[in-house]
Design a binder for this molecule. Sequence first.
Ligand SMILES: [Zn+2]
Length: 91
Amino acid sequence: MDRQGKILAVIVVVVLAVAGFVIYNNHHQTGNHITYSQTAEYAYVASSERDIYHRPTCRWAQKISAANLVGYNTREEAEKSGRRPCKVCKP
Ligand SMILES: [Zn+2]
């Protein structure tokens, strides 16, 4: 393999690694990442790091770090992500 071939091989490996990483993350993404201003558009919110979902008005929902905030339109969506309803806001 010549020098160009080696560089090409490295590029292919890097691209495949990045693609694999993106697919892996999408697979593990458990909701639509949203910002606090978008919470009104979603029926339920959760933290990507916790296994509980809330009504956006819940005091615990307000404590979710903006970086971890995810939104769901339906209960099914939230439940499918493996989350259970909050005992405080009972979504
Ligand atoms: Zn709650």
